[in-house]
Design a protein around this ligand. Structure first.
Ligand code: 3SL
Length: 241
């Protein structure tokens, strides 16, 4: 298995897809998706465009859908919810499909949607994702961070490092043996430095600061927990997990 880490969807090589891709948007899209599915959501369907989301979800029974829209960290007016994983409790999401559009995370999933296997990963479901990768043993694996509008984000690269670190530990391979690019080594180093204080790292991150300005302290705490959900958000058809 060769592993490649990309900090943003824009940095992935054009015209290529790997056998398996893990989209990561720790703050907060992939954390929210994992939470919805763990809480009994029927599926998560992702959109980059808000109007397209409205149009497609219109044909879904109203009592079986939830529309989640986020721009700039805030809920989009007229949507049922924004992108807080804390709103995704079983009483709200069970049996319903989440139609979601966020600033960056949904674009990452769309960039890798043609890979044979597509997963959504975050700290909260890191061990479930790693378990799947070790069973599947894909020849080529990409971990793609979402960043923020094309720029690097600390939290996504740290999560990529957490996944890579765990793969190394469980296979007894060194980072050098699995790394397909330098970003893998860099991501593992970042995670190793902050693994005992992920919340502290989020406070340094520009998107962490943005969410703190929006009073999302509890969201940051929730997203910083590792391995708390045994859930594997996997693409069933393009754009649907
Ligand atoms: O950029 C995204 O996709 C979102 O996860 C951003 S936010 O955390 O909902 O603000």
């Amino acid at each position: 298995m060769k592993l490649f880490v990309y900090h943003t969807p824009e940095l992935t090589p054009t015209g290529k897809v790997p056998e398996c891709a893990i989209a990561v948007d720790v703050l907060r899209a992939t954390t929210t998706m994992a939470t919805v599915l763990a809480a009994g959501g029927e599926a998560v369907q992702v959109f980059s465009d808000l109007d397209h989301l409205m149009q497609v979800s219109e044909s879904w029974p109203a009592e079986k859908r939830l529309r989640a829209g986020e721009r700039g960290g805030a809920k989009v007016p007229g949507f049922d919810m924004g992108n807080s994983p804390l709103d995704c409790t079983p009483d709200i999401v069970k049996g319903r499909r989440l139609f979601i559009s966020t600033t960056n995370g949904t674009r990452t999933l769309q960039r890798v949607q043609d890979a044979q296997f597509v997963l959504a990963g975050a700290f909260i479901n890191r061990s479930a994702v790693v378990k799947y990768i070790l069973e599947k043993q894909p020849e080529t694996l990409w971990i793609v961070g979402s960043g923020w509008e094309g720029s690097f984000s600390l939290e996504d690269t740290a999560c990529a490092g957490a996944i890579a670190h765990s793969i190394c530990q469980k296979t007894q391979l060194s980072p050098d043996e699995i790394a397909g690019n330098d970003e893998v080594i860099n991501a593992i180093a970042l995670y190793s430095q902050w693994q005992d204080n992920l919340l502290g790292l989020f406070h340094y991150a520009s998107h962490g600061k943005r969410l703190l300005r929006l009073n999302c302290h509890e969201d940051l705490k929730y997203c910083s927990q590792a391995d708390i959900l045994d859930v594997l958000p996997m693409q069933q058809e393009p754009g649907v997990l």
